[in-house]
Design a protein around this ligand. Structure first.
Ligand code: CO
Length: 134
């Protein structure tokens, strides 16, 4: 059911410093920062030949990555995003398998303007999983 790895998201305490690591040390192409107030993050996209890395910095009071960064003060891998062809049928199949969808369970529009859902990390080997319809 899942297709390509769309991105790996890394939560970071300092987006400018993290951008410098990827752009200057690792020599990658990094997009300008983009504020996503609906998702409580500011994000940059590291464009790789086969996928993306997203660097996420908390934005606002109730950022969903704030607690993660309290536990992982240097930053860390926050989630992985897999592509699916049809998000509603993917969600229904996973719920049928006993997986938990976070939030209301209804797809939200993600950072790329496409519908996404997030799946409970305890159901997926300890990793928060995002599905994105492409
Ligand atoms: Co993501």
């Amino acid at each position: 059911m899942i297709g390509k790895l769309n991105h790996v998201a890394i939560a970071v305490p300092d987006l400018e410093a993290a951008t410098a690591v990827y752009r200057d040390t690792l020599g990658a192409r990094v997009s300008p920062p983009q504020a996503e107030p609906d998702h409580g993050v500011t994000v940059v996209f590291v464009e790789l030949p086969n996928t993306k890395v997203e660097l996420l910095e908390p934005l606002g009071e109730a950022s969903p990555i704030a607690a993660f960064l309290e536990k992982n003060t240097a930053g860390g891998i926050h989630h992985m995003c897999f592509e699916v062809a049809d998000i509603a049928s993917a969600r229904d199949r996973l719920v049928g398998e006993g997986a938990r969808v976070l939030g209301s369970g209804e797809p939200k529009i993600g950072a790329h303007g496409k519908p996404v859902v997030f799946l409970h990390p305890k159901d997926f080997c300890g990793t928060l999983v995002e599905l994105e319809q492409v």
